[in-house]
Write a protein that binds this ligand. Structure first.
Ligand SMILES: C[S@@+](CC[C@H](N)C(=O)[O-])C[C@H]1O[C@@H](n2cnc3c(N)ncnc32)[C@H](O)[C@@H]1O
Length: 274
């Protein structure tokens, strides 16, 4: 791996809860390419639960984590600044279907930021497949997800890893405009083509992919983008470097399906081919 003097080694952390599209299998291939692309600012417009962001082993002097979902950004801010208080609130939570359903129906606007973060973390850790507004997903093999002895080190590690990270809650296009520069690297993990509404209505639109290709064609910085492999996607991003990657994924533990993903970029990352 080639690193430069602008990189600092950090202890990787795990995402604090599952998230749909959480890059469980693809993150090593993406991180390898990120590390092979020189940059002084690292910006993720679609950070989700940080399946790539938190797992990096090197960081540049500026890191920006963005998501249009305010619950995610609030949770990250609380993890960065008040993780002890978050743990104190989580201490009294138990994995029950009734609490899950009650919290799912609670309007986050009626809660304090700390309560909001605890609610969101609770729901995401217990929802089936990490889906947004999912159903109670506790099964014999997942029940342990809620034990405090398991949660504590995960929150600690995320807290440590998030030190000095800048959080934003903007639409991806606005974020790119704000942080573009010759030494910026963007890693984009948008909703899958065909899954535009997976993260909530009005968040993302089919038309955004064409706008994204247009916008990425004009930036001064470097980008790496991961997305599902479809002919429409290949056509939209045809002017860039497109690498297909095969992997098996599933949202339940009962086996998975083979899927193809694309890693698209505008700079040649010097790594061994998969
Ligand atoms: C595929 S997921 C990212 C998963 C992430 N890599 C992880 O490891 O958890 C896509 C993310 O994009 C966010 N999103 C959807 N529309 C957005 C928009 N217009 N601007 C910024 N983020 C958006 C969703 O909230 C979701 O977290």
């Amino acid at each position: 791996m080639r690193q430069n003097q602008f990189m600092k080694q950090v202890r990787p952390a795990a995402p604090v809860a599952p998230w749909l599209g959480g890059k469980k299998r693809l993150h090593p291939a993406i991180i390898e390419r990120i590390d092979a692309t020189p940059h002084k600012a690292y910006v993720e417009p679609f950070v989700g639960m940080g399946g790539v962001f938190l797992r990096r082993r090197f960081k540049p002097r500026l890191e920006v984590a963005n998501d249009f979902n305010g619950e995610i950004v609030n949770l990250f801010r609380i993890l960065q600044r008040h993780h002890q208080q978050l743990l104190d609130v989580m201490r009294f939570q138990v994995a029950s279907r009734r609490d899950f359903e009650r919290l799912r129906e609670t309007d986050p606007k009626t809660l304090t930021e700390l309560e909001r973060a605890a609610r969101f973390l609770y729901l995401q850790r217990l929802a089936f497949g990490g889906q947004v507004r999912g159903v109670f997903g506790v099964a014999p093999e997942t029940a342990a997800r809620f034990s405090l002895s398991r949660l504590e080190p995960i929150l600690e590690a995320a807290h440590e890893r998030l030190e000095a990270v800048v959080f934003e809650c903007l639409d991806w296009s606005e974020l790119i405009q704000r942080y573009d520069g010759p030494e910026t690297l963007f890693y984009l993990d948008p909703p899958y083509f065909g899954g535009e509404n997976d993260y909530g209505k009005g968040m993302f639109d089919r038309l955004h992919y064409a706008r994204m290709a247009e916008c990425l064609g004009q930036i001064k910085g470097a980008f790496i983008l991961s997305i599902n492999d479809l002919p429409e996607v290949r056509e939209l991003f045809t002017r860039f470097i497109i690498e297909p990657v095969k992997l098996t994924y599933s949202i339940s533990s009962a086996g998975g399906t083979e899927a193809s993903e694309l890693i698209i970029s505008n700079r040649e990352a010097r790594i061994r081919l998969l």
